[in-house]
Write a protein that binds this ligand. Structure first.
Ligand code: DX5
Ligand code: ZN
Length: 221
């Protein structure tokens, strides 16, 4: 039986106005965002430097929606307690950055939070196959991590479809999320392949606050 859930939209605040992040988070909340996606980059695992736990903590009082925190950092374990303390709800990490994938999942769960693994375009499903049943979420990267505004890599649709099968075979409603180059057209392709959560930066924030609700609605397929 398919475990695919109704689509959740997670706007990535990487594309927001950083000089007014609190208001931006309030605006996407009001515009119908399901989750708030926070891209954490360390200039080591990925070639960019973004948001730390202090910023997440400061944003926590601007929304009650779940924070979907995407950790592009290595090593990842030492930062998990600080992001939990800051108010993260889901913490996702790249298996290459662990490096002890099972241990990191247990650490996130020990803190009572939802655990996710992220697959880069070049990383096979096999990297997380043995821990899939321990996860709350799998995030498929449809761009190489590090920057917003990149083009969707269509070859990742086959990985989404394979993950949909693996999740359905387990019989657990593990969230299957896609991140990178998601716009109304690629969103439809992701949902058809079996995704049930979509991250979008550029396509949500382009146009300014007056357009956020329509931009989010357009991704629901
Ligand atoms: C890239 C980030 C994405 C990024 C997506 O490393 O993980 O979340 O913000 O941006 P768009 O939607 O512009 O591709
Ligand atoms: Zn992301």
């Amino acid at each position: 039986m398919s475990q695919q859930q109704p689509v959740r939209i997670a706007p990535s605040i990487l594309s927001a106005d950083f000089s007014a992040l609190g208001q931006e988070v309030e605006a996407i909340d009001a515009a119908g965002a399901d989750w708030i996606h926070v891209d954490v980059m360390d200039n080591h695992f990925v070639p960019n430097l973004t948001i730390g736990p202090m910023v997440v903590k400061a944003l926590r009082k601007h929304t009650k929606k779940p924070f979907d925190v995407h950790l592009m950092v290595t090593p990842v374990d030492p930062l998990i307690p600080a992001f939990v303390e800051a108010g993260a709800d889901t913490l996702s990490f790249h298996p290459e950055a662990g490096p002890h994938v099972h241990r990191t999942i247990q650490l996130i769960k020990h803190h009572g939070k939802r655990a996710g693994c992220v697959l880069n375009p070049g990383t096979p499903l096999a990297a997380i196959e043995t821990v899939l049943g321990d996860l709350d979420l799998v995030l498929v990267m449809s761009v190489n991590p590090g920057f917003g505004g990149q083009a969707f890599i269509a070859s990742q649709l086959a990985k989404i479809a394979a993950l949909r099968k693996a999740i359905d075979a387990l019989g657990k409603p593990i969230d299957l999320e896609v991140d990178g180059g998601v716009n109304p057209e690629t969103a439809r392709q992701c949902l058809a392949a079996g995704a049930d959560a979509l991250v979008a930066g550029t396509s949500v924030f382009a146009g300014g606050p007056a357009t956020y609700a329509a931009n989010i609605a357009a991704l629901r397929g």
